[in-house]
Design a protein around this ligand. Structure first.
Ligand code: CP
Ligand code: NVA
Length: 304
């Protein structure tokens, strides 16, 4: 059966374990996998800007012996120049898989219906599964098999949605605090809790950053104004006052707690310069691990 990674819930706990084990091997000895994707060509169709997702996928695919073609916002114009289903049926004939970064999540699900090879969500308005997998892999590196207690402070956005689902699959504790009106998607929370009932995870939501942070192994935040939300900036900056990841909030977490951010960061808004530059910060490990984990995801989806 064709596999894809569109939602973070698409992988079962055992698939996540397999991907994490493979990612650790790929990180330790990349040279052993140099020809694994030889002869395979992948497309990266991006409607929004990117540093990490673009470069980590391209570098990762090349390091596995495959090829990648980047198609930016001005190139394919999915659904504008041509219907999504027509683009998918054409690209079927050239490519072995695609990574899509879109404004609308439905563009990815529509593309997947008409594409015969693996489809990977490289961020939509709704989810960012590659990010969440890399983040829990990063916590695994630090904490070993201990189930992490992760606190997310900020916007109930694509990143938090995917963190909830991976936390649920892995039996972790995820506590989040958002301003009222900026909670994560209800369907995601409900799915996360259904999964959590089977895995022993806890998904706990609220509005008090101190409560969420109390005793946590790691504190995580993301930008308050996501790509595509620029017009909401004044309103959101007001709503998110008091949600900053700063020294006072870090003091509520476990001593030595990790500071996490998917990046790009807006220092002085959702996080202070002091905290992101502190010894607690593992943001660049998260960024590095995007590549190792995505290589493992590609190999898994391609049947290795
Ligand atoms: N974290 C992340 O997805 O970064 P980019 O937007 O730079 O790809
Ligand atoms: N929530 C952010 C994540 C960026 C990686 C956005 O969608 O812009």
């Amino acid at each position: 059966m064709k596999k894809h990674l569109i939602s973070a819930a698409d992988f079962t706990p055992s698939e996540i374990e397999k991907v994490f084990n493979l990612a650790a091997k790929l990180k330790r000895a990349p040279e052993k996998y140099r020809a694994r994707l030889a002869g395979r060509m992948f497309g990266l169709i991006f409607e929004k800007p990117s540093t990490r997702t673009w470069v980590s996928f391209e570098a990762g695919i090349f390091s596995l012996g495959g090829g990648a073609i980047f198609l930016g916002p001005e190139d394919i114009k999915l659904g504008v120049r041509e219907e999504v289903r027509d683009v998918a049926r054409v690209l079927n004939r050239y490519l072995s898989g695609v990574i899509l970064r879109t404004f609308s999540h439905e563009t990815i699900t529509e593309f997947e219906k008409h594409f015969k090879h693996p489809v990977i969500n490289g961020l939509s308005n709704f989810e960012h599964p590659c990010q969440a997998l890399a983040d829990f892999f990063t916590l695994r590196e630090r904490l070993g098999r201990k189930k992490p207690v992760l606190a997310f402070i900020g916007d109930g956005n694509n990143v938090l949605n995917s963190l909830i689902l991976v936390a649920a699959r892995l039996g972790a504790v995820l506590r989040y605090a958002t301003p009222r009106g900026y909670e994560p998607d209800r369907k995601i929370v409900s799915l996360g809790r259904q999964i959590a009932a089977k895995t022993g995870a806890s998904i706990l939501g609220g509005h008090d950053p101190n409560e969420a942070a109390c005793g946590a192994d790691a504190l995580y935040t993301d930008v308050w104004v996501s790509m595509g939300e620029e017009k909401m900036r004044p309103k959101k900056l007001k709503a998110f006052r008091g949600m900053q990841l700063n020294r006072a909030l870090l003091a509520k977490a476990k001593p030595g707690a990790y500071v996490m951010h998917c990046l790009p960061a807006h220092r002085g808004e959702e996080i202070t310069d002091e905290v992101i530059e502190s010894r607690n910060s593992i943001v660049f490990d998260q960024a590095e691990n995007r590549m190792h984990v995505q290589k493992a995801v590609l190999l898994h989806l391609c049947g290795f």
